[in-house]
Design a protein around this ligand. Structure first.
Ligand SMILES: [Mn+2]
Length: 303
């Protein structure tokens, strides 16, 4: 919070319940064991509390209209919402360590209970506009933005204090791949009326400029939040994404410009980290880069 020292809750959310397969549920534990908390503290980030939710891995659930394993996805998202709401009420800022992208919907819902005037920067290699009822897999992991905007009237979009959770004017969508018909829909996106849209090629062309413009927009709201899906970074440079994205997204150096700028928003209350699958990194070199990126981004945000 401006004018005071930020104190963070690290909310470890080991869930892949909304994903294509298991793996991401290990990430919060792996990052914890690699010293995420100590690294943040060494960088000057004040960690007041670390809390770990129950491990909820992907299950071979039957597909439903609301998406694969929708009831469990909603249950986990609501648990995240409760934890975030309680931390925000206590004056803490929250770092959610996921886990799949549906956790960000829960985290935003929790923040919105206390702060309806929220600006959310959604940095993701996918537009996440899929309708779980009609998409090829029914996977809710690919529906985060659409759920926040309640574009398809599915249960994950109905977990918060308002419907939709966010108006289009409350979201910036950054880094997404316009060539993926599974998650991107030009007409749907245009109709949603987002505050800022910057597909991957636009973000690559001017990462610092887009990030600065987005930060200014974030700071015009009462509070702001960032969703950071690691698949916004080209898998050729950081192959940690649960579902690989080669030749799309932004470079790692671009991300080193963009993420710290977004996290430097003076009204930031929430950063949600998603989609890392630690099983993709056999040597630890990529996780090390990821930890560096996240740590320096949050360290720069200390006001
Ligand atoms: Mn994604």
């Amino acid at each position: 919070m401006p004018g005071t020292v930020r104190e963070w809750l690290i909310l470890e959310a080991p869930s892949s319940v909304g994903a294509h397969h298991a793996g991401q549920e290990r990430t919060p534990i792996v990052l914890h064991d690699l010293g995420l908390v100590q690294r943040l503290e060494a960088a000057g980030v004040h960690v007041a509390q670390v809390s770990r939710l129950p491990v909820t891995p992907f299950a071979d659930a039957e597909r439903q209209r609301d998406g694969r394993d929708a009831a469990r996805v909603v249950e986990v998202a609501l648990t995240v919402a409760d934890e975030v709401a309680s931390a925000i009420a206590d004056g803490l800022d929250v770092l959610v360590v996921g886990g799949d992208c549906t956790l960000s919907v829960g985290a935003a819902a929790g923040l919105l209970r206390h702060e309806p005037d929220l600006a959310l920067a959604y940095l993701d290699g996918d537009a996440d506009l899929a309708d779980p009822a009609t998409s090829s897999g029914g996977i809710l992991d690919a529906t985060g933005a659409g759920s926040l905007l309640d574009l398809h009237d599915r249960s994950l979009g109905h977990i918060g204090p308002t419907r939709p959770l966010l108006q289009g004017s409350q979201m910036a969508l950054l880094g997404y791949d316009e060539t993926d018909p599974g998650t991107f829909d030009a007409e749907l996106l245009a109709a949603a009326g987002l505050a800022i849209t910057a597909p991957d090629h636009a973000l690559r062309a001017d990462p610092a400029g887009v990030a600065a413009r987005t930060r200014t927009w974030m700071e015009s709201a009462t509070v702001s939040a960032v969703h950071f899906d690691v698949d916004s970074i080209d898998s050729g440079q950081l192959p940690l994404a649960n579902f690989p994205h080669y030749g799309t997204g932004i470079g790692l150096d671009d991300a080193r410009l963009v993420l710290p700028q977004l996290c430097a928003a003076t009204n930031l209350r929430l950063l949600s980290l998603t989609e890392v699958n630690p099983g993709h990194d056999t040597t630890g070199v990529y996780l090390e880069r990821y930890l560096d990126l996240v740590t320096s981004a949050l360290a720069g945000s200390v006001s």
